[in-house]
Design a protein around this ligand. Sequence first.
Ligand code: CA
Length: 236
Amino acid sequence: MGTTNHKKILIVEDEQDILQLVKHYLEKEGFRPVTAMSGLEALKKVKEEKPDLVVLDLMLPEMDGLEVCKRLRSVPDTAMLPILMLTAKAEESDTIVGLELGADDYVTKPFSPKALIARVKALLRRIERVPAGGSTLHHYGALTMNLDRHEVSLGKQEVPLTAKEFGLLDHLLRHRGRVLTREVLLNAVWGYDYYGTTRTVDVHIRRLKQKLPLLEEAILSVKSLGYKLKDSDVSE
Ligand code: CA
């Protein structure tokens, strides 16, 4: 119940040594690892195996990790699949691109298996806390968001939000702890056919912070990327 045990993890890595090492440690922790050694094989395995999380190496034959990430994010079935990227220090700029394309977190090589397992577990815990489709309430500290009634309250005080502010807050709460680019937020809240600029997002973030002061410090601006709602323990 809510534990990480028996979760299926797809490891995508073309270096046999690293692949076996990660596989071994995941098995030891009670996970069910499946493997792929190229980008194309990764996409195939995601379809066949339906993993709960993907550990995705950046440099891969046939199709690199960035492209795999992009493709997984562009399909509704896998748009929310947790992705942990493995990157080398020299690939730092690619790491940024990876986060932009929707990777949830990354681990830099060389890494200790222990550290990797810890990140895998943290990511799975974070995902489990996100309300499933059926839930209509978000809690974040003193803030409660009722999606059915379209109401937001801070303590007992109801705070009126516009439809876009409401949508933006909903998206931030669902993806707390994850860096969301302005483009991603714009598409999620305003839609692909919106002709405004990404500045629109900044304006609405500022308004949300004014209306809900607890977000002032909770929404972090991530340099040259976008925003992130702190995945702090103020949530229940
Ligand atoms: Ca590699």
